[in-house]
Design a protein around this ligand. Structure first.
Ligand code: ADP
Ligand code: MG
Length: 494
């Protein structure tokens, strides 16, 4: 790969060393398990958590003479992912054997793609917290087999091998070295995961290992050439990715500032110590002796196949975000929060259907997501349905309840369930719009505070104090606009 620098050094992302500023350069290789019923080259099940060695065909166990047959669904999923990454789709690609010995690799080689991957260059757009947009290049996406799993903790003197994962289809998605901070990597992984989940091509479950990242880290003086990189293998959480990068960058800076050189090596992140440690150096690197797998013809499909998959692609996070901003009038920030997970976007759209979208967005983001976050629940586990939240929005819009009372209604629905309109009715929470009743409250508050009236006349922005008193006197149920208007009239601020 020829390395091209696409980024302008950004001082906000520099790390301070004893000799001055340093810039981190990062590139990711993400392994994503393809969502499919069966494996890449066999009909065995891909289900997670089965009895050991129960999802293993003769092909996955590498019995002599067995022939791999490509699973068309996996090809479809890889092409769909490529389209989602706005990438070049290669109508001809080649499967190669990557040769190495490992007890959990019975074939003695992994079938992968080397020189001619199924998907070429693409991109992922990152929306950073401060509003900055960053485009990260995707170098390639290729299909390959997963290996089995060795288990060394089952018996005092023996190791076991579970081949359930052997032959499961993985997509390896390789980025260009375009990332410049741990925060960008976290955002990249989050965005990639969202795209895969919107597409339904990978469930993105990092704890179960269906998505894991190899993180390449190097450092350099800002504006300098690319430094020597280390690769941190198999990082399986966003939090670990950030911690590993922060540690590794500082380790490299300390070596360089000490006059040393970086060994190009593969490292592992030890989550319990928060450190990376060496696994193998480049000198020990494998020579995989890649060659085209003679059991498989080149993979070929026509443009019509690609076009029909493109036609049926769902709306993806970027397009959804644009629509939320342009058609629904949401702020870029709110739109970004709502599209981050497909389930959240779907929930919001159900609430917003036929309603004030901005108000709906506020309630989903501030109240619902806030409450769920506190309770450690996902939106799928929400105790308030879209219909219930929509009901609350309707009551606010109809001026039946104020925004303040709506918070109380939300609490009740969240904790006890029920229909918001019925709750408001049966608990007497309706907003008082009866001007007579409001006027009485206004008169009482004014009569009790003659000194304050003088002050407000001198300083009209003190009116808020009076509004507060009247709201208090009416148990928060008076219509605030009506209170405001009446007070201004009576005090003579109009
Ligand atoms: P390999 O297969 O040997 O790991 P690749 O050329 O495929 O090598 O690169 C793997 C990853 O390393 C890519 O994501 C790439 O962006 C990243 N990378 C390459 N050079 C650097 C560098 N100097 N610093 C950080 N990342 C790098
Ligand atoms: Mg690598």
């Amino acid at each position: 790969m020829s390395l091209i620098d696409t980024r302008i050094p950004d001082p906000k992302k520099f790390i301070k060393g004893t000799t001055g500023d340093w810039e981190i350069v990062l590139g990711l290789e993400v392994h994503a398990q393809v969502t499919s019923q069966s494996k890449l080259f066999s009909g065995a099940s891909t289900a997670f958590g089965g009895e050991q060695n129960n999802h293993v065909s003769f092909i996955d166990a590498a019995m002599p003479g067995m022939l791999p047959v490509i699973n068309e669904e996996c090809v479809r999923q890889a092409v769909r992912t490529g389209l989602g990454l706005k990438a070049q789709i290669n109508n001809t690609s080649v499967f190669d054997r990557k040769n190495y010995f490992y007890p959990d690799l019975p074939q003695g080689y992994q079938i992968s793609q080397f020189k001619q991957p199924i998907v070429g260059e693409g991109k992922i757009i990152l929306d950073m917290k401060d509003g900055e947009q960053v485009e990260i290049g995707v170098e390639r996406l290729h299909l390959e087999q997963d290996a089995g799993k060795s288990m060394h903790d089952q018996h005092p003197s023996m190791s076991f091998v579970d081949l359930n994962r052997s032959g499961v289809a993985l997509m390896e998605i390789v980025s260009k070295p375009d990332l410049r901070s741990s925060e960008e990597v976290r955002t990249y992984l989050t965005k990639l995961r969202a795209i895969l989940r919107y597409l339904g091509t990978c469930d993105g479950n990092m704890e179960q290992g269906s998505m894991r990242a190899d993180i390449n880290v190097s450092v350099r003086k800002p504006g300098g050439g690319f430094g020597i990189r280390c690769e941190i293998k198999n990082v399986n959480s966003m939090r670990f990715a950030v911690a590993a990068i922060e540690y590794e960058a500082r380790r490299q800076i300390a070596i360089l500032e000490d006059g040393g050189v970086i060994d190009q090596e593969t490292r592992l992140f030890d989550a319990s110590k928060g450190e990376t440690r060496s696994m193998r150096s480049k000198e020990e690197a494998h020579d995989y002796r890649y060659f085209p797998d003679p059991d498989l013809l080149p993979l070929e499909f026509d443009q019509a196949f690609v076009d029909s998959l493109a036609h049926d692609l769902p709306e993806l996070p970027d397009e959804k975000r644009e629509r939320f901003i342009n058609a629904l009038g949401l702020t870029p920030y709110d739109a970004g929060v709502l599209v981050a997970e497909k389930e959240t976007a779907d929930f919001f759209e159900e609430v917003a259907e036929g309603r004030d979208a901005k108000l709906a967005a506020n309630w989903v983001i501030n109240d619902l997501l806030g409450a769920l976050n506190k309770a450690g629940k996902t939106i799928e586990e929400s105790l308030v349905s879209a219909e219930q939240l929509g009901g609350i929005v309707d009551l606010i819009k109809a001026d039946t309840i104020s925004g303040k009372i709506a918070k109380d209604v939300f609490e009740i629905v969240y904790n006890e369930g029920g229909d918001p309109a019925e709750i408001v009715e049966s608990r007497g929470m309706k907003q008082v719009t009866d001007l007579g009743a409001i006027e009485t409250a206004v008169d009482e508050v004014m009569a009790a505070n003659p000194d304050k009236i003088e002050q407000v006349r001198a300083k009209p922005n003190m009116l808020g104090w009076f509004v507060g008193q009247v709201m208090k006197a009416t148990g928060g149920k008076a219509n605030p606009q009506a209170v405001n208007k009446l007070l201004k009239e009576k005090i003579g601020l109009e």
